[in-house]
Design a protein around this ligand. Structure first.
Ligand SMILES: Nc1ncnc2c1ncn2[C@@H]1O[C@H](COP(=O)(O)OP(=O)(O)O)[C@@H](O)[C@H]1O
Ligand SMILES: CC(=O)N[C@@H](CCC(=O)OP(=O)(O)O)C(=O)O
Length: 259
């Protein structure tokens, strides 16, 4: 019998500040894993990074939703994402009875990484490389929990947007990607959930300024992977218990980004 594709769940940083949200998500993940579904969790932590940078007297600049990352901010950003955020999620997973393996993009030869654009500093762009490490962990029934810190072949630690990290890992394992944020999906100009979006609709809403900042990065990452795989990518909410239940049953939730 063919096994179901790996479910690649990406969660944004706001989840880490919500005990209830984390508990509900991990319960849902535990149910899926118990039913034989392989689950890979990729996480951000943008708000934790913001907090740590402020506490250390550093300023943040974002360009088109991406954090400009000067070298002197790297220890703080790496600590917040690969350290604190990753371990908070592992702790929540343990509470739900999940055996997890905490990791970063830089582990196990999973991706290649290079500097994305000199203007952004140490921001990385990643490509899928070798799935051996991930597949071994998944085959054990363990849940990888991956942060978006990558390492280049020159030995630089690079800060990768977590939606882009998730798309690369989804490609690596040929998985089904679900991007979970703090909003129920992509919203229109009146705040209503849009159930489905294709490339030209996305371009129109971006040009109108309806889809902006982090959601622009997310939707563009989702579109890229939907086209690459020839199947829709879902943008949904970790806050919504009903959406999580539908997800556990294998249903579609939030906004479908069409290839
Ligand atoms: N059209 C839109 N629909 C929904 N959210 C949007 C939209 N345009 C911008 N956003 C913003 O994008 C945010 C989600 O992106 P981001 O903060 O990067 O999430 P995450 O940290 O979960 O990856 C929302 O909280 C909202 O403030
Ligand atoms: C380059 C870049 O922007 N990196 C992001 C990585 C974390 C992230 O993407 O977190 P969320 O998923 O919570 O937004 C950052 O520094 O905030």
């Amino acid at each position: 019998m063919a096994t179901k594709p790996v479910l690649v769940l990406k969660v944004g940083g706001a989840l880490l500040q919500c005990e209830m949200g984390m508990a509900r998500l991990m319960t849902a993940a535990a149910e899926m894993i118990a039913a034989g579904q392989q689950v890979l969790l990729v996480h951000g932590g943008g708000c934790l990074v913001d907090e740590q940078l402020t506490a250390n007297g550093k300023e943040t600049i974002k360009l088109d939703g991406l954090r400009v990352t000067p070298e002197d901010q790297i220890p703080i950003i790496v600590g917040a994402l690969a350290g604190t955020s990753n371990k908070i999620l592992q702790a929540a997973a343990a509470k739900a009875g999940i055996v997890s393996v905490g990791m970063s993009l830089g582990d196990g030869n999973m991706v290649t990484a290079k500097i994305k654009d000199e203007r952004l500093g140490l921001v990385g762009e990643v490509e899928p490389k070798d799935a051996t490490y991930l597949n071994f962990i998944l085959s054990q029934g363990w849940m990888p929990i991956c942060s978006s810190i990558a390492i280049s072949s020159q030995g630089d630690m690079l800060n990768v947007n977590a939606d882009q990290a998730a798309t690369t890992l989804a490609k690596l394992v040929n998985g089904t990607l679900v991007l979970l944020s703090d909003v129920s999906g992509v919203l229109d100009g009146k705040g209503q959930l849009i159930s489905s979006l294709n490339k030209s609709e996305i371009e129109y809403l971006v040009a109108q300024g309806v889809i902006e900042k982090g959601m622009k990065v997310k939707v563009e990452a989702a579109l890229e992977v939907a086209q690459w795989m020839g199947k829709p990518v879902q943008v949904a909410s970790w806050r919504d218990a009903e959406q999580l239940k539908t997800l556990v049953k294998g249903g579609s939730v939030g906004t479908q980004i069409q290839p």
